[in-house]
Design a protein around this ligand. Structure first.
Ligand code: CA
Length: 230
């Protein structure tokens, strides 16, 4: 499933874009402002970005240039202007394609698919993740294996994704909402979803919530994978 980052400050348009894109099978993340978009592109790179040019904090064109400065992610720009100067400006700034507002959901989906076809398979974020060794726990994101004291753990796909995500953010408390957004790519799920998988993971790691070794719950905040022995 390809992931799309929608950068749009207007809540009505944003909701419409989420509906269209989700309906076409994309995993949708959103940013309301330019800085937020840049942070997303850096921390959790999407396969493609849909960028509205009129943002409250930064000029959309500057956001586009800044994205280009840090990433090769394809960017589809939504602009209100339809003229030659604008087209040239956008393409020169690094847009892969653009749409003039208002546009239909069908056009958006078709253009996204075309840009993704041209750009080829996105560089997989997993390929950049190093093996994490914490005490006796070893997590290899590329091989999708986790070992405890040399013994391979039998994890479900989600359990592994959760463990690898926490390992990639070791010693940081990750909120359940963020985990749902980035591991499940569905921020609207119940927090309990995370807890169910966390509990199963703990069992396989041979630890208890009341006496954790690796997976610590920080009450009211989130979960962290702890790398230092206590
Ligand atoms: Ca706007």
């Amino acid at each position: 499933m390809a992931s799309v980052l929608v950068v749009e400050d207007d809540p009505v348009i944003r909701a419409a874009l989420i509906e269209v894109l989700t309906g076409h099978g994309y995993a949708v993340k959103t940013a309301h402002q330019g800085f937020e978009a840049l942070r997303e592109v850096t921390q959790c790179p999407p396969d493609i970005v849909v960028l509205d040019l009129g943002l409250p904090d930064l000029d959309g064109l500057d956001v586009l240039r800044m994205i280009r400065g840090i990433s090769r992610v394809p960017v589809l720009v939504a602009t209100a202007r339809d003229d030659d100067t604008e087209t040239i400006r956008l393409l020169n700034a690094g847009a892969d394609d653009y749409m003039v507002k208002p546009f239909s959901g069908g056009q958006l989906a078709a253009r996204l698919a075309a840009v993704l076809r041209r750009s080829g398979p996105a560089e997989d974020a997993v390929d950049r993740q190093p093996v994490v060794q914490v005490g006796e726990l070893r997590i290899d994101p590329r091989a999708r294996t986790a070992h405890l004291a040399g013994r391979e753990l039998a994890l479900t796909r989600r359990e592994f994704d959760l463990l690898a995500y926490l390992a990639a953010h070791a010693d940081q408390v990750m909120s359940r909402k963020r985990i749902l957004a980035e591991v499940w790519q569905q921020p609207y799920l119940e927090d309990q979803t995370v807890d169910v998988h966390l509990s199963a993971l703990r069992k396989k790691l041979g630890e208890k919530a009341s006496d954790p070794r690796y997976l610590h719950t920080v009450r009211g905040i989130g979960i962290k994978l702890v790398t230092s022995l206590s």
